[in-house]
Design a binder for this molecule. Structure first.
Ligand code: GDP
Length: 325
C-alpha cells in the first residue's frame, strides 16, 4: 500500500475518487495495527457524511444470477441518476478455502461505469472473520456519495443473516423451482427477506417462474402477512426484463420503513450488534495475542481435541489467565 496520509484518504473519499475509495476500503480491511488506527481515524472524520444511502443486501445460491442481476440493476439505477456501490461478503473462503464470489470476472459493464463502484470480495483470511469490515466499507461508500449500496452474498453458512443485519432492504434472488425444491430456501431466510425476485423468468422457465412466484408469495403470506408483507416479482437478469418490478418492490419497502419511522431504530440496533461483534472479534484477537495464553494454548487445545477437558471449561481457564484472575 502506498503511503497516503489521513488527509489524502479523507479528501479522496469525499470527492468520490474511486481509486482512493478502493484504497480506503483496503485500509479498513487491513489487520496491521498502524493501518487500523488510521482507518478508525478516517472513519471518525467521515462519519458525519455517512448514512445517506439506501443499503440493499442481495443474496441467493451460487448460479442464481446475482452478478448478472446486479449488472442489470446497476445499469438501470445509474441511468436514472443514482450512484451505485457494490460490496461483497464472501463466506466461502472460510468454509471451503476457495472463493465463490471473487474468482470470476464479474460485472464488467458496471465496473467501468463512472457512476458505479464495484469492490471485489475481500482477500482471503481477512483477520476477524467474514464480513467484519463490510459495515465500515458501507460508510466509506456513503461518504464518497453513493446513494445506493448493494451488498452481495451467497446463501452459504451464516452470511445471509450477517448481511441482513447491515442493510435496510434484504433482497433474495430465487430460482424458478417448485414444491419441495423451492422449500429448500431456508426458513430463516424467509423470516428476514424484504423482497424476493424469481430470476431466470425467461424462455422455458417462464411458467415455472410464475408458479414459484405464487408459491413464495403464499408462503410469505402465511409467515409474514400484514402491512409489510415481502413482495415477490419475476425477472430475467439476462434479458434485463422485470428489473424495474423488483426495484419497485425495494422502493415500496423503503417507503414503508420511512413512513413508519423505524429506520433510525433499526439502524441503531444494527450498530449495537456491530459494536458487540467488534468486541467479540477484538477480544478473541487480544486473547490469542496474549503471551500467557499463548504459553498454555497448545496443551489446552490438545486436551479439548481429545475431550479430556470440556471446551467451556477450557474457555474459562483461558479467559481467567487472560484477565489475570
Ligand atoms: P451468481 O453465481 O449468482 O452470481 O450467478 P451469475 O450471475 O454468475 O449467473 C449464473 C449463470 O446463470 C450464468 O450463466 C448466467 O448467464 C445465467 N443467468 C443469470 N441470469 C439469468 C436469467 O435471468 N436467465 C437465464 N436464462 N440465465 C441467467
Amino acid at each position: 500500500m502506498t503511503q497516503l496520509t489521513l488527509d489524502d484518504y479523507e479528501n479522496g473519499v469525499r470527492r468520490g475518487d474511486r481509486a482512493l475509495l478502493g484504497q480506503a476500503i483496503s485500509l479498513v480491511e487491513s489487520s496491521r495495527p498502524e493501518h487500523r488506527d488510521l482507518a478508525l481515524e478516517l472513519l471518525a472524520r467521515l462519519l458525519p457524511a455517512t448514512g445517506n444511502s439506501w443499503r440493499v443486501g442481495i443474496s441467493g445460491v451460487p448460479g442464481v444470477g446475482k452478478s448478472t442481476f446486479i449488472e442489470a440493476l446497476g445499469g438501470t439505477l445509474t441511468a436514472a441518476g443514482h450512484r451505485v456501490a457494490v460490496l461483497a461478503v464472501d463466506p466461502s473462503s472460510q468454509i471451503s478455502g476457495g472463493s465463490i464470489l471473487g474468482d470470476k470476472t464479474r460485472m464488467n459493464a458496471l465496473s467501468t461505469n463512472p457512476a458505479a463502484f464495484v469492490r471485489p470480495s475481500p482477500s482471503r483470511g481477512v483477520l476477524g472473520g467474514v464480513g467484519l469490515h463490510t459495515r465500515e466499507a458501507i460508510l466509506l461508500c456513503e461518504a464518497a456519495g453513493y446513494d445506493i449500496v448493494l451488498v452481495e452474498t451467497v446463501g452459504v453458512g451464516q452470511s445471509e443473516l450477517l448481511v441482513s443485519e447491515m442493510v435496510d432492504t434484504f433482497l433474495l434472488l430465487a430460482l424458478p423451482l417448485a414444491g419441495d425444491e423451492l422449500q429448500g430456501i431456508k426458513r430463516g431466510i424467509l423470516e428476514v427477506v424484504d423482497v424476493v425476485a424469481v430470476n431466470k423468468s425467461d424462455g422455458e422457465f417462464t411458467d415455472a417462474a410464475k408458479n414459484a412466484r405464487q408459491e413464495l408469495q403464499a408462503a410469505l403470506h402465511i409467515l409474514r402477512g400484514g402491512d409489510n408483507e415481502p413482495g415477490v416479482a419475476c425477472c430475467s437478469a439476462l434479458h434485463g426484463d422485470g428489473i424495474e418490478d423488483v426495484w419497485a418492490l425495494v422502493a415500496k419497502h423503503r417507503e414503508h420503513v420511512e413512513r413508519s419511522g423505524t429506520l433510525a431504530a433499526t439502524r441503531g440496533q444494527q450498530q449495537l450488534h456491530w459494536l458487540w461483534s467488534q468486541i467479540e472479534a477484538q477480544l478473541a484477537i487480544a486473547v490469542r495475542a496474549d503471551a500467557k495464553v499463548a504459553a498454555m494454548l497448545p496443551e489446552i487445545e490438545q486436551q479439548v481435541r481429545e475431550l479430556r477437558c470440556v471446551p467451556s471449561q477450557a474457555a474459562q481457564r483461558i479467559l481467567h489467565t487472560f484477565l489475570g484472575l
